[in-house]
Design a protein around this ligand. Structure first.
Ligand SMILES: NC(=O)c1ccc[n+]([C@@H]2O[C@H](COP(=O)([O-])OP(=O)(O)OC[C@H]3O[C@@H](n4cnc5c(N)ncnc54)[C@H](O)[C@@H]3O)[C@@H](O)[C@H]2O)c1
Length: 339
């Protein structure tokens, strides 16, 4: 597996070199460039990147603030980057979201390259051209659809990533398995051995969906399978759960809803629980939290006229959409995840 092509507002590739270093050197050759990287990861790139080209950010979600975004734009201007320059984001999804938005807006858009270093970044955040930062009012409220010039995936990065972060990232791969590519569901049973193939197949799923619906007018919504409840749980838990952990719970709920509304077989719903539990991902949440979660889901953007609208499954690899009343949601919540 050398590369996967992605067609969007412009075409690009996701490459899978055995090491990101030579590919990075080829990409920056004869160009001025800047590398945006969170401080904790910067020690891992010292031997490759000229320190005068580095822009260090804080770690995690805090780097996606308006202040951090503004200060990076100022630094790029001081470094003299012009329209032919390249911006490289090296880090997890927070970093590639930030670097992409910086690239989308600096001088009205310059080329950028994503080098994701987490599973979540590799299978999800760095693919698809959604870039953005957070506002005080909420996550990802400022952003742009702006595809990278290339995404460089080197799974050696993952050797330093915590087991918890790897498993949380795999929840998104499992999602790709249920909505489109069931082979992933077999491979995750031995994920340590199959990690590169799982990542490549998940990238293939996302690339295919994005090519058909870059700006999320309809099909791209299927990537939100499990996310409506997942986002609500993430927020309700005060972000103590990783995104992928919350999505894991959300998928079990979406599966139960699928049984009720889209004719999914009970055995496929049960398969969700088996696979996610085997990955040590959570599949339950507080039984008394439903009212608060319902309010959070209602304030989410996927609200239909006659109730809340969800991505559901008709069968393995076949998605559907369904609108559900509060009563039905409560029933499915208690049956599937509210323990
Ligand atoms: N644009 C999209 O389509 C999209 C999709 C999904 C998620 N996202 C965004 O992605 C972000 C979540 O991504 P994430 O889970 O990668 O979070 P993250 O970028 O915050 O990284 C998680 C943690 O892992 C550390 N880390 C990164 N790489 C490491 C490595 N190789 N070894 C050791 N530690 C490492 C980071 O320093 C950080 O502390 C969120 O901001 C979310 O909004 C975007």
């Amino acid at each position: 597996m050398n590369e996967i092509k992605v067609s969007a507002e412009r075409d690009y590739v996701v490459s899978f070199p055995s090491s990101w270093r030579p590919r990075f050197n080829e990409l920056i050759a004869n160009r001025s460039f800047a590398v945006i990287v969170p401080e904790p990861i910067s020690s891992q790139i010292k031997d490759v990147v000229d320190p005068s080209r580095l822009i260090l950010t804080s770690d995690g979600e805090s780097q996606k603030s308006i202040d951090s975004y503004g200060s990076i734009l100022e630094k790029l201007a001081l470094m003299g980057l012009d329209r032919s320059s390249l911006i490289v984001g090296i880090g997890g999804g927070a970093t590639t979201d930030l670097a992409g938005f910086v690239a989308a807006t600096y001088l009205r858009g310059v080329d950028w390259v994503a080098i994701p270093t987490t599973v979540a970044g590799m299978v999800d955040a760095a693919i698809g051209g959604k870039t953005g930062v957070n506002l005080t009012s909420g996550k990802n409220l400022a952003g742009a659809f702006f595809s990278p010039h290339e995404v460089v995936i080197d799974t050696n990065w993952l050797s330093t990533l915590s087991d918890r972060d790897i498993r949380a990232g795999l929840a998104e791969a499992v999602k790709c398995g249920f909505i489109s590519e069931p082979k992933i569901l077999d491979l995750v049973t031995d994920w340590k051995r199959n990690l590169t193939e799982i990542i490549a197949l998940s990238v293939g799923v996302k690339a295919g969906v994005v090519a058909r619906d870059f700006k999320e007018s309809h099909e791209r919504e299927i990537l939100n399978y499990g996310h409506t409840l997942g986002h609500a749980i993430e927020k309700h838990s005060g972000y103590s759960l990783r995104h992928g952990e919350a999505v894991s719970i959300g998928m079990c709920f979406a599966a139960e809803l699928s049984v009720k509304l889209s004719g999914l077989s009970g055995s496929i719903a049960e398969k969700h629980r088996e696979i996610l539990q085997a990955l040590d991902l959570p599949v339950t949440y507080s039984a008394t939290a439903f009212d608060a979660l319902f309010d959070l889901m209602r304030s989410d953007k996927k609200r239909g006229a006659g109730g809340l609208r969800f991505v559901t499954l008709k069968a393995l690899g076949a998605t559907d959409r369904a609108t559900a009343s509060r009563e039905l949601l409560n029933e499915c919540y208690l049956k599937s995840v509210g323990r």
